[in-house]
Write a new protein. Sequence first.
Length: 403
Amino acid sequence: MRRALILLAAAGLGYGQPAPTAYIGAGGCNSSNCHGAAAELAPADSRIKGNEYATWASADKHARAYRVLAEARGKRMAEILKIADAGHDKRCVNCHVVGSPERSISDGVACEACHGPAEKWLGPHAVKNDKPQEVRHSENVAGGMIDTKNLQVRADTCLKCHLGDADHVVDHELIAAGHPDLAFEMETFTEAQPAHHRQKPAAMRLRAWAVGETVALTKAMGLIAMHAPRNWPEFSDMECYQCHHDLRSDSWRIARGYGSRKPGSLQLNSSRFEVVKALVAASAPEERGALDAALARLAANTMDAGATAQAAGAVEAIARRLTARFQTTDVDAAAVLRTVAANIQKIADDGVNAAEQATMTLDALGAAMGRNPDATKPLYDYLEHPSSYRPSEFASLYQKAAM
Ligand code: HEC
Ligand code: HEC
Ligand code: HEC
Ligand code: HEC
């Protein structure tokens, strides 16, 4: 007994607290009558596709997330950062190796990274019974399954790795060592993953887009409020190409001017809020005044860490309210796209990061509205070359794609 108490104390657990449940590993989901079918099952035969494992293993980059650590780019990063073994270092594995027991870490980001440790729910969720699906789902969630049907929970799950937080860090130090920049839009990335679930109704996909944006804003403001008192300015919170661009006498930045900012002061990465502003203008107009005022304070004070932290906190509070709202409210996609199109020159003037977010928005909303999915391709192609980016060129390509 004494020994057990000591062990519990060593694990940081108190009495009455449930022990953390363990990961089973992707192999545990791969039986042929569970998620290991070779091809997608017909909707009449099965609520789920059944071939989730095959989709993940062969088409989803998450299954490669451990392996990339040892490839050329990951290796060079580790050298620069003086990391001896990226495959076991917290700075990398917190995002690249999640959801497997130690012996199968080569699975990278496995099923349970997004669906939760399955030790307690694996057995019960695989047994057929007559309970309604919602009841079964909530029992699974009580057993530790992540409630990915809740859009806020889903967005929180993705963004923990695709934007970061205190325990999942891709800051400018990692980026300068070679890490890709983290840009994210939940619907576009779900399509790209590719999705291994049945297509959701359009209204749900539009809500997922909106909640993805508002949760990203909440988290981005949380990062700024965290960085400001400790390590300011943190360049990963800023527009990348204000620093990383060629100097030219025909500078579009000088032609554009600096608005209310002091010339040459730092500009935040406005991909985090420009699209949310359009969402609010179109679908939550009563929050518009508060959001615009808080964002204006944020933009005007980037050189003052204290004022930045305070303004970021104010934006974060509004973003939380917006998330609660769009969990349960439909989005008027056509109105959002009209608002983005009406402001596209201003968004383009903010630079490549904001232009990219507007592109992913057009992509996601357009897909849910049944538009031609190839329409955004010229925009993505254009953004591949940030050094030759010109806001007016991007804006006119956008107008064409949005027609
Ligand atoms: C906050 C989570 C997070 C952390 C921490 C993190 N990464 Fe990543 N990493 C990602 C995400 C997300 C991507 C995919 C980005 C994208 O394409 O949008 C990625 C992509 C990469 C890629 C490019 C992979 C490819 O397919 O081209 C490499 C290499 C990489 N990471 C290495 C590392 C190394 C090495 C570390 C530790 C020093 C690390 N990462 C830490 C989240 C993270
Ligand atoms: C990167 C995150 C992620 C990974 C990794 C992942 N999933 Fe998913 N999965 C999701 C999301 C998001 C959904 C859709 C949300 C929903 O409807 O629950 C989903 C949906 C599903 C569904 C349909 C659920 C339903 O009720 O319609 C099944 C089954 C599933 N996943 C199984 C798996 C299996 C098996 C693996 C590993 C081989 C896996 N997933 C890996 C994120 C992930
Ligand atoms: C545990 C961390 C983690 C979670 C949770 C996570 N991802 Fe990822 N994701 C990664 C890493 C790491 C990579 C890079 C893998 C690589 O390139 O090898 C990645 C890559 C991707 C890519 C490929 C990007 C590219 O450049 O091609 C997509 C798409 C993606 N994730 C979508 C999602 C979605 C959607 C969710 C939420 C449902 C999600 N991810 C949740 C860590 C995560
Ligand atoms: C305030 C200016 C500033 C901002 C903003 C900034 N960087 Fe940097 N970046 C630098 C400096 C300075 C270096 C170091 C250059 C050197 O040592 O030669 C650097 C280095 C890099 C490097 C490695 C060197 C190279 O040129 O390839 C990459 C990649 C990079 N940054 C990407 C980014 C990305 C992506 C963002 C946005 C998320 C960003 N930076 C934001 C100033 C900035």
